[in-house]
Design a protein around this ligand. Structure first.
Ligand SMILES: *Cc1c(COP(=O)(O)O)cnc(C)c1O
Length: 455
């Protein structure tokens, strides 16, 4: 191109990208100008450089999750502990003994890296891992109940955000869903009546993101396990979030652990790696060894298996569970969920002056108490006392909604986008997950309240 300024852009991003963006920029500029207007080289260079920068920007970037939902599915759920990040990076860098048995010098099994820990932490005989819990449910159903019937309580026919709907997964797995009981009440006899010669397994599903309250009845795993065993059928429990420790010991509401559910008689449990467990996206299947063996023989397992980075990260996270006394310090998910409100309020006190200064006359900033939620279908009704910076645009009531939207967009437009929540005419930044105050403050000078859109 011979233009020194563009040569620098080419050196950074490569000729192909610059040429493509230059063509597009020229077409754009020509359209904007009259056909006789001269093209100014400076304008062209600036436009091309800006376009190339935009095109070369990584699409997936770090954000500040100040939504008040700790395990936010749209924001990537659990933050990983440093041990897991290091393990994933080391595995990514080159060859690894992913499916290679170093002692025997022959082919190995990728589940081996996590299976012993999963068994130790859940009391299961065997375990296997797939890409996420939706895959775990799909694989269990397809392996154990293909072309067979699966009774599920009508109170448990869940939809999880992002289009996981149990009836649809059932159909795709090749199983026939048999609805049992009613929305609010299901009894043991309802299951008993639904089981017949074509039943493949009995399934119970954690009602992750809602609670049925009032005149209700459900059948616990213990009683359901007795019935399933009498009829010679496996009992599968989809725990959804799943947890490996007693959350009550950490001041959170108790949630049945994988170990408790298996001890109560479930033959298999399925749960996510990146919800309460606090690890990478993964789906864990744990329980009876003969059933796990059948699942591993299903060709679909090959299509749903996780990669070496996931397994390395998951193994590192599971190891942290081996030292429960220090878990809340070392596992970011648990640390965030148990962060005391006073601590979060102190963050708000520290950040408020810088934020008020950056917003100047444009908005008022107050510190308010608020409630965070766990998210991702763990303990759907539990709320955690938290604190937030509440930003209210100044000015009249007219256009207040627009002003709020512009404000939220300005925060999203920062170099490390800040995602808050709009409530009661304010933009609330719940500080429970604020993990880098210096970076937050440093970028406030770039807050563009005028434009309000990310360019
Ligand atoms: C979250 C959830 C799933 C889906 O898990 P992913 O890991 O998101 O695939 C399935 N079942 C229940 C009950 C859940 O809560």
């Amino acid at each position: 191109m011979g233009e020194p300024a563009l040569d620098a852009v080419i050196a950074r991003h490569g000729r192909d990208l610059v040429v493509a963006e230059a063509r597009a920029a020229l077409a754009e500029i020509r359209q904007a100008l009259g056909s006789d207007d001269p093209l100014a080289m400076d304008d062209i260079v600036t436009t091309v450089a800006a376009r190339v920068d935009r095109a070369a920007r990584p699409p997936l970037v770090r954000v500040f999750n100040l939504t008040g939902t700790v395990l936010h599915t749209n924001l990537g759920r659990a933050p990983l502990p440093e041990e897991a990040i290091a393990a994933a990076a080391a595995a990514a860098r080159g060859a690894a003994n992913l499916e290679y048995d170093l002692s025997g010098g022959k082919r190995g099994d990728r589940d081996r890296h996590v299976e012993a820990w999963l068994c130790r932490l859940t009391g299961a005989e065997a375990a296997t891992v797939v890409n996420n819990n939706a895959a775990a449910v799909l694989l269990v159903l397809n392996s154990l109940a293909l072309r067979k019937q699966v009774p599920v309580s009508r109170g448990e026919l869940i939809e999880i955000g992002g289009s996981f709907r149990l009836p649809d997964i059932m159909a795709r797995a090749g199983c026939k869903l048999v609805e049992v009981g009613t929305t609010n009440r299901t009894h043991l006899a309802d299951y008993g009546d639904a089981i017949g010669p074509r039943t493949g397994l009995v399934m119970k599903v954690h009602t992750s993101n809602y609670a049925i309250e009032g005149f209700t009845a459900e059948v616990g795993e213990d009683r359901l396990a007795v019935l399933a065993r009498e009829r010679g059928l496996p009992l599968v429990v989809d725990l959804g979030s799943g947890t490996l420790v007693d959350l009550a010991a950490h001041g959170l509401p108790h949630e049945a652990t994988a170990a408790e559910t298996l001890a109560r008689g479930a033959d298999l449990v399925t749960f996510s790696g990146d919800k309460m467990l606090g690890g990478p996206q993964a789906g864990i299947i744990a329980g009876r060894a003969d059933l796990i063996a059948r699942i591993k023989r299903n060709p679909m397992k090959r299509a749903l298996r996780p990669d070496k980075m996931t397994l390395a990260a998951l193994a590192a996270v599971l190891r942290l569970y081996g030292d429960p006394d220090r878990l809340a310090e070392r596992l970011p998910t648990l640390r965030l969920l148990t962060r005391p409100q006073a601590d979060i309020r102190a963050v708000a006190e520290r950040l408020r002056p810088a934020l008020a200064k950056a917003l100047a006359e444009g908005a008022e900033v107050a510190i308010i108490d608020c409630q965070s939620q766990i998210g991702s279908g763990a303990l759907p009704v539990a709320r955690l006392a938290s604190a937030a910076l509440a930003i209210r645009p100044t000015g009249g009531r007219r256009g207040a909604g627009r002003a709020l939207e512009r404000l939220a967009a300005a925060f999203r437009g920062l170099p490390v986008p800040v995602i808050g929540r709009i409530a009661d005419g304010r933009l609330c930044l719940d500080l429970r997950c604020m993990d880098d105050e210096a970076a937050f403050v440093a970028q406030l000078a770039k807050l563009n309240l005028g434009a309000g859109t990310r360019v």
